[in-house]
Design a protein around this ligand. Structure first.
Ligand code: GDP
Length: 464
């Protein structure tokens, strides 16, 4: 995608605006997945020329496709951005556990709110996370096709803004969202319709949409482009030609390549023979890229194989990286191309980033396992607040060696493993049963901790 990016050599800085990374958040069932599907669907329909490339973990919608979808609303000559990259896994778990050097991996977010349901607990949680990470966002007021009196007249302006002073944000959006969306007569789209969470002073863009009928999607993309252009110009001009920085999404086994990592590259360029440093369970892993793999379109898979190899990938992009020694790589960990830097400096950088997210452990406590480094940190923070000590904290499925550690971790309440978003390997559950080690698993952190605390209370009652 690098060669579709306009470069302005007159500009003092050589930096190019890279593709903004977009995350979709919101309460369960408010339409996050449908919205992503609808955006992908429109992009595929509009981009029949093959403009949509397949990515790992994310969908890239190039500027020309956005302008085709948005029609007059987006004139490509007004924008320096190559397009938008949507992270495919919606929800604030993926948002808050995927980090980049600067904070959240996503640059901007869409907060999906069901207009019939208003703000719900996870909506508020999402607002909280967005405010904490200072991530600018737009509210997609979804399911407008279900609202009484909705007028799908394409000439009706479908945007408006809400004045959002600090302490009024939640209340205003919560109480007034439906009413505001019902009344669309004033406030045409303006480029100022964006919000920096930082000061709560500006406006929040609220775009009424239907993920079901596609109404409002052009407007949503238009507002996203306006917001991104502004934000990226201020904060995100990067040298996309420099050595890449990225975040591991997942460690997978890929046929013919062994252990590989799926990664989002958020800075620079990675090439097919680059030396890289990847965060691993035991510390930084230094290795050399063997192949960069992109999924092929469905119709080609049967004849051509599942992946095609590419020579290089520029930010922002999702890619599968094959390299030796990646078995111990960690989801959520940093990945860096060494380039012409001293490899030891890069190792130090990765080590420092890993240390930044490291969990404090003690001699006696519970074993915790989580699906990404970020979720491990979130779980550890919750346990710390509840004064539950941790003997070992790692990313990955629950394995026999975890049971071995739990077995010797002190009194009965510590002979426990808490797994968040992970599986328990069969031989680990057999061993746990044999050794009387308890395993708790859940996909919601507070539920996991509650279950553990209930168990401890029960034990204590039984002993009295
Ligand atoms: P998520 O949990 O936030 O990802 O929500 P989903 O995308 O799975 O949507 C939850 C339900 O709402 C599904 O049954 C969708 O078909 C439905 N839904 C999502 N968006 C819309 C919409 O714009 N209009 C209508 N009528 N239904 C929708």
């Amino acid at each position: 995608m690098a060669d579709s990016q306009p470069t302005d050599t007159d500009d003092e800085s050589e930096a190019t605006l890279r593709t903004p990374i977009v995350a979709v958040l919101g309460h369960v069932d408010h339409g996050k997945t449908s919205l992503l599907d609808e955006i992908r669907g429109s992009a595929v329909t509009e981009g029949e020329s093959g403009a949509i490339t397949q990515h790992i973990g994310a969908t890239a919608v190039p500027l020309d496709v956005i302008s085709e979808i948005a029609g007059e609303l987006v004139d490509p000559t007004d924008f320096d951005l190559p397009g938008l990259l949507f992270i495919d896994t919606p929800g604030h778990h993926s948002f808050s556990t995927l980090r980049s050097r600067g904070g959240a991996l996503a640059d901007i977010a869409i907060l999906v709110v069901d207009v019939n349901d208003g703000f719900q607990p996870q909506t508020l949680e999402a607002v909280d996370i967005l405010a904490r990470t200072q991530t600018p966002f737009i509210v997609a007021a979804n399911k407008i096709d279900t609202t009484p009196g909705w007028n799908p007249n394409p000439d009706t302006p479908t945007q408006r803004t809400i004045d959002a002073q600090t302490d009024r944000v939640e209340r205003d959006l919560n109480e007034n969202l439906y009413e505001l969306i019902g009344d669309l007569s004033d406030n045409d789209f303006s480029a100022d319709m964006y919000w920096r969470v930082q000061d709560f002073q500006n406006n929040i863009g609220v775009v009424p949409v239907s993920a079901e009928t596609g109404e409002g999607i052009p407007d949503l993309l238009t507002v996203m482009m306006g917001l991104s252009q502004r934000y990226m110009k201020e904060e995100m001009a990067v040298d996309v030609g420099g050595p890449a920085a990225g975040t591991v999404l997942e460690v997978t086994d890929t046929q013919g390549f062994g252990a590989t990592v799926d990664a989002i590259i958020y800075d620079g360029t990675i090439r097919a023979d680059d030396e890289i440093v990847v965060g691993g369970v035991e510390g930084p892993i230094v290795t050399e890229v063997r192949a960069l793999l992109r999924p092929r379109p469905l119709e080609e898979i049967r004849t051509e194989g599942q992946f095609e190899q590419v020579d290089s990938v520029a930010a922002a992009d999702g890619i599968k990286i094959a390299a030796p020694d990646l078995d111990d790589a960690m989801a959520g960990a940093p990945i860096r191309v060494v380039g012409d830097r001293d490899v030891d400096d890069v190792i130090e950088d990765v080590r420092a980033e890993l240390a930044d997210i490291a969990v404090q452990t003690v001699e006696e406590g519970v074993v915790v396992k989580a699906d990404t480094l970020g979720s491990l940190e979130a779980l550890a923070t919750t346990l710390e607040a509840e004064e539950i000590p941790i003997v070992r904290a790692e990313v990955g499925d629950i394995a026999p060696r975890d049971v071995r550690v739990a077995e010797t971790a002190g009194e009965e309440k510590h002979r426990t493993i808490l797994g968040f978003g992970v599986d328990t390997l069969d031989d680990a559950s057999d061993l746990a049963e044999q050794e009387d080690v308890r395993i708790f698993e859940h996909d919601v952190i507070y539920r996991l901790v509650e279950e553990y605390e209930e168990f401890v209370e029960e034990r204590e009652r039984a002993q009295q």
